[in-house]
Design a binder for this molecule. Structure first.
Ligand code: SF4
Length: 395
């Protein structure tokens, strides 16, 4: 594999990576687009895994691409994240090889892997030599809600997966995240009791709490279109979120992004890099990369057959973002975080400081940062529209 050919992607990556200084950092994201079945709310690129052979072929291509990037970067990645889909479907030996390859230039400070609870099993254990953070897609502890959401895991599978992950934390110090879904129509009160029991029984280092979205093209989206399902009203959702965010605060979690909560020192460094627009390379069907200087977005087509079948890296396309697009992205991502937008960083990125009179419901300028309170985080998207409108004129 050492003579794996260069192509547009690697040339683009080489140019961009070459511009990063020795003190700069780069993260790696790997997308595994396979699941056992499709959840009713899922709008991600993921599909049923056709066969063990197909998964093996996909991992071979992915590994060759990691090797190519390893050769270009020649340093440890700052963070690594294997996401999906459900990376828990990868067998133990293949997962070990993949994890080791991601560390070929040295260990990242954080190495996360997502896994559905029904696949949180002993095959993962050897790879915990490299992986130091597990993210388990719990979603709900209510059997009827799990069914409504179309989850593959039963409540029993879910609890067993959480217990296994907690054992690994005990044995290896692996940090633990649980994903939960809230604002599910018909189960408005379920997620509050989920939060209470998850925290009482497992005390995870990190929790992601996502509001259910009813997306077009999903089973729930079709039910909505057919009039068989009504979304929760905005004010009902806002009440639920504010109540649950408060509860998580009382349980000792810092609310550091709209949907993310962490004990001290346990924020997800990889995701923080997305929100702060730090460079990362995403490999795999449906993955995207963001590389700085000039600001490039590289997308890999969401088609695993093309990914495996076409010539190396041919399914990646590159777009250079203009300054307005960069500003929009920086504002949109930054306003989702408790850190907000920094005036000094705005000057470094765009050549001007944030105006002192920036103000929006729940957001205000304080000590050089435009930051939200809890109410502000409910309105992050609207605040972004306002802020982009104000800053565009200064570009
Ligand atoms: S497990 Fe995750 S990626 Fe797979 S179908 Fe469900 S929500 Fe989508």
């Amino acid at each position: 594999m050492s003579d794996y050919p260069l192509s547009d992607f690697t040339l683009q990556a080489e140019r961009s990576l070459g511009k990063l200084g020795l003190n700069d950092s780069l993260s790696l994201y790997l997308h595994i687009p396979f699941c056992r079945s499709k959840c009713h709310y899922c709008g991600f690129y993921s599909r049923r895994c056709p066969s063990a052979e197909a998964l093996g072929e996909y991992l071979d291509v992915l590994s060759a691409q990691i090797e190519a990037v390893n050769r270009l970067w020649e340093r440890p990645f700052s963070t690594v994240y294997i996401g999906g889909g459900n990376p828990g479907l990868i067998d133990g030996d293949a997962l070990y090889r993949l994890s080791r390859l991601c560390c070929a230039n040295g260990r990242p400070v954080e190495f996360s892997m997502e896994c559905n609870p029904e696949d949180m099993d002993t095959h993962i254990e050897p790879s915990l030599e490299f992986i130091n953070r597990l993210s388990v897609g719990v979603q709900s502890l209510n059997p009827a809600a799990l069914e409504f959401l179309g989850r593959n895991a039963t409540l029993r599978d879910t609890v067993r997966g959480m217990e296994t992950a907690a054992e690994y934390r005990e044995r290896y110090g692996t940090a633990l995240n649980f994903d939960l879904i809230t604002c599910v129509p018909g189960f408005e009160n379920a997620s509050e009791s989920d939060i209470r029991s998850v925290c009482a029984d497992f005390n995870p280092d990190h929790l992601s709490l996502y509001s259910l979205t009813l997306e077009e093209g999903t089973v729930l989206g079709s039910r909505l279109e057919a009039g068989l399902l009504a979304p929760l009203a905005d004010d009902v959702q806002a009440d639920i979120l504010l109540r649950q965010w408060k509860l998580l605060g009382e349980l000792g979690y810092a609310h550091y992004e709209v949907s993310n909560f962490a004990h001290e020192g346990s924020m997800c460094m990889h995701n923080l890099r997305y929100w702060h627009i730090e460079p990362w390379i995403g490999l795999g069907a449906g993955a995207s990369s963001t590389l700085d200087e000039p600001y490039r977005r590289i997308e890999c087509a969401p088609d695993f057959r093309d990914f495996c079948g076409l010539r190396p890296f041919r399914t990646y396309t590159t777009q250079t973002l203009d300054r307005k697009q960069q500003l929009e992205e920086w504002v949109m991502m930054g306003l989702r975080t408790a850190d907000g937008l920094g005036s000094e960083e705005c000057r470094r990125r765009f050549g001007f400081r944030l105006p002192d009179d920036l103000a929006f419901r729940g957001y205000r300028m304080l000590n050089g940062f435009f930051r939200p309170d809890e109410e502000g985080l409910l309105l992050a998207d609207a605040a972004a529209v306002y802020t982009v409108g104000r800053l565009e004129a200064l570009l």
